[in-house]
Design a protein around this ligand. Structure first.
Ligand code: ADP
Ligand code: MG
Length: 703
């Protein structure tokens, strides 16, 4: 029998959550803190001291020796610096165990080593982290012991945001304000807050740690840069939802337990399409917490895997030739009293508020398709978007049969009078129940799909923070709601005005709706005809951050200033070039020091064999043919290597970061492919004993 795990008992045991606050804080302090959190008020100094004391006591009981302000700088990963809970020694040589309100609320890490895109010069390197009390603190346990992690926002001395959380919180606030305006128009006087809800499905690969360590590409870049396809890939579809292997199952068990303790509702786990690939989905929660929890989930995944002799690969394309990994960002808009604005109800054609929300979102996505696409960009994701395994780089909206029908009624007659209902699907087996076919079917190829009562943004990369995509989603939704409210609040006849507006938006933004196959060639042409942007690579996408349209949008809701946008754009170009450079240098290292030398050694063996065979008068043609083939490909690899070295050096001399990124995309990426080609061919013919690293087959099938 399995060891018994009491999920309810361990759930959230390492989180300073509402229950703990109620238990540990004086009643008045608890009430005040609750109000601060719920109403987004500022925390006063006395209250901060009380909370800090309670938090410290609790954390120490949970085994914490240190605390850290846990934040997300623009590196894409979380940052932390640990401080022990001790204050200067007393006269008798002992230490005080202390943690003040000031230490809880604010910290001053030296910001000069984090990317800022030129916002700060080193002489004004100060940065601040500030406690975000809307995301609960937690104690994380690892080899470093117990650390109290305090989710924080990170700003510069002059107030510019240097992280992902600050703009995310601003976008959540903007959406709250505008969505409240909208529901008030429909007579809702009771809801106090409107918050985006997010559930992020996380895909990942597991590989054996010892094998991982034999591959410099995995070590330095998180994905493979060489590698011939094994005899078997994913063609038999025998991995998806397949039986989970013992070693992987034990990883999932340990992972779930850790996540539950951290208050993360790990819910669904299964094998994904590619061999070695898996998925984990939590139950959705409010956007800010979901973003933090997804960061934490990724951290915990890596640690748990390592403890079990494996490595968790979160890269978007660990292996060429099989599917890569993404992250579906499920998003809806929910009031504090539980009304989901994306809930169509049984008869959506009668649900005027829903139709307005829906058409506002069509307008939002159509007008800012470029920003949504940009929010999912990155070197890793470039390998998969549009490669027939993930949505294309063209943003479109899938509505499903029912809503598309309602929409076309609206457009053609100005009125929607019916909603297609889901049909019953007979199983034909008396002992099995019949199913109600969902009226909103799935379409896996759509980047932005309506799935019942939420939208699923499916472009996001597996390693990326979901903060970026949610900042864009919240902000563009806020803008569309605000535009609608600006008109409707002034209308004399509300019913008439809302009816006209829904029709107007549906008609004007119909082009963004696409229910067909997003992977097809035809769609690329059709999208072009419709005038939808197709931003193929990160380098193409990043430019949209500083268009007049984007600057106006983000400024209107105080999400980003123009300067912040310019700096974020610069960081993105810089990162792009740096990441490609690291990939290029890793390939250079592997080819020069290991792959080509191995091929030469094998050539020598072959040459010796040819000689020995001909010495005794035996037929040496097989050895000779292989030798010619190996040396021919080695010569090609050597030439490609040289070109990559030269171009990589040239890239480093390009001053302007946008030009450097473009050069990396146009030249270096092509060079990398040119080097990979002969090497992958060589892997297929060189004696396995001579090949210096584990193959795809070794990595994917022997976890
Ligand atoms: P799948 O897309 O794999 O069929 P589900 O649709 O059940 O699975 O859920 C996928 C993710 O979407 C889960 O993380 C789930 O919690 C989340 N989700 C479900 N409903 C909502 C909602 N209303 N808002 C946001 N996320 C949601
Ligand atoms: Mg999904």
């Amino acid at each position: 029998m399995s060891e018994k795990i009491d999920i309810a008992a361990i759930f959230g045991e390492d989180v300073f959550n509402d229950t703990v606050m109620q238990q540990r804080l004086p009643k008045k302090a608890y009430k005040e803190l609750r109000r601060t959190i719920d109403e987004g008020k500022e925390l006063n100094g006395d209250l901060a001291d009380i909370v800090a004391e309670a938090m410290k006591e609790w954390a120490i009981e949970r085994g914490a020796t240190h605390y850290t302000h846990w934040f997300q700088p623009l590196t894409g990963i979380t940052a932390e610096k640990h401080d022990a809970f001790i204050s200067p020694a007393r006269k008798d040589g002992s230490v005080l165990i202390e943690f003040s309100g000031k230490e809880l609320v604010r910290s001053e890490p030296d910001a000069s080593s984090f990317p800022s895109g030129g916002i700060r010069s080193t002489f004004e390197a100060r940065g601040y982290t500030a406690w975000d009390c809307t995301s609960p603190a937690f104690v994380r346990h690892d080899a470093a012991g117990g650390i109290l992690c305090i989710p924080t926002a990170f700003c510069s001395y002059t107030g510019e945001s240097l992280d992902m959380k600050t703009p995310l919180l601003r976008s959540i606030e903007a959406l709250n304000t505008e969505a409240l305006r909208l529901i008030r128009l429909f007579g809702n006087t009771t809801s106090k807050r409107v918050t985006p809800s997010v559930g992020a499905e996380q895909e990942y690969f597991l590989v054996d740690r010892d094998r991982f360590l034999k591959r410099k590409d995995l070590i330095y870049t998180g994905h493979s840069l060489f590698g011939a396809m094994p005899p078997k890939g994913q063609e038999l579809d025998d991995q998806y939802f397949g039986t989970i292997r013992e070693r992987v199952a034990s990883f999932m068990k340990a992972l779930n337990e850790e996540l539950w303790k951290l208050g993360i509702t790990a819910k669904t786990q299964h094998n994904e399409v590619a061999p070695g690939q898996h998925e984990l989905a939590p139950i959705y929660t409010d956007c800010n917490v979901a973003v933090d929890q997804n960061q934490l989930t990724m951290e915990v995944m890596k640690k748990v895997a390592e403890r079990q002799g494996m490595m968790c690969l979160l890269h978007e394309k660990p292996f060429a030739g099989v599917n890569g990994s993404g992250k579906h960002n499920n998003w809806s808009i929910v009031t504090d009293d539980g009304i989901n604005l994306l809930e169509p109800g049984a008869t959506p054609h009668e649900n005027i508020q829903f139709l307005l929300v829906l058409t506002c979102l069509l307008k939002a996505v159509d007008e800012h398709a470029d920003l949504l696409r940009e929010s999912a960009s990155g070197v890793g994701n470039d390998y998969r978007l549009g490669a027939n395994e993930a949505p294309p780089a063209i943003v479109s909206v899938f509505l499903g049969e029912q809503l598309e029908d309602v929409l076309s009624q609206l457009i053609s007659t100005g009125m929607a009078t019916s909603s297609k209902q889901g049909e019953t699907l007979s199983t034909g087996v008396a002992t099995l129940p019949d199913f109600m076919k969902d009226a909103t079917d799935r379409n896996r190829t759509s980047p932005f799909a309506f799935t019942g009562n939420k939208f699923e943004f499916r472009m996001v990369g597996s390693s990326a923070s979901i903060a970026g995509p949610n900042i864009v989603l919240n902000t563009i939704a806020a803008e569309a709601f605000a535009d609608a409210c600006d008109i409707l609040e002034k209308a004399e006849d509300f019913d008439m005005a809302v009816h006209d507006l829904i029709k107007e938006y549906a008609t004007a933004h119909q082009r963004i709706v696409f229910n067909g196959n997003g992977y097809s060639e035809g769609w690329v042409k059709e999208a072009e005809r419709r005038g939808l942007p197709n931003l193929v690579s990160t380098v193409d996408a990043v430019g949209c951050l500083t268009t007049d349209k984007a600057i106006k949008l983000f400024d209107r809701f105080s999400i980003f200033t123009e300067q912040e946008l310019v700096s974020r754009q610069e960081i993105k170009y810089e990162f792009y070039a740096k990441e490609v450079n690291i990939e290029a240098r890793t390939m250079i290292d592997m080819a020069s020091k290991s792959l080509i030398p191995s091929c030469l050694k094998y050539s020598k063996t072959l040459a010796d064999t040819v000689k020995s065979l001909s010495d005794v008068g035996a037929d040496d043609s097989a050895a000779r043919e292989i030798l010619y083939e190996v040396s021919d490909l080695t010569v090609k690899a050597k030439a490609a290597l040289q070109k990559l070295i030269d171009d990589d050096n040239a890239a480093l001399n390009i001053e302007d970061c946008r030009e450097r990124a473009e050069f990396c995309y146009n030249v270096i990426k092509a060079d990398m492919l040119a080097l990979r080609k002969p090497i992958d061919r060589l892997e297929m013919i060189v004696d396995k004993d001579y090949w210096p690293m584990p193959s795809y087959g070794d990595l994917l099938f022997e976890v």
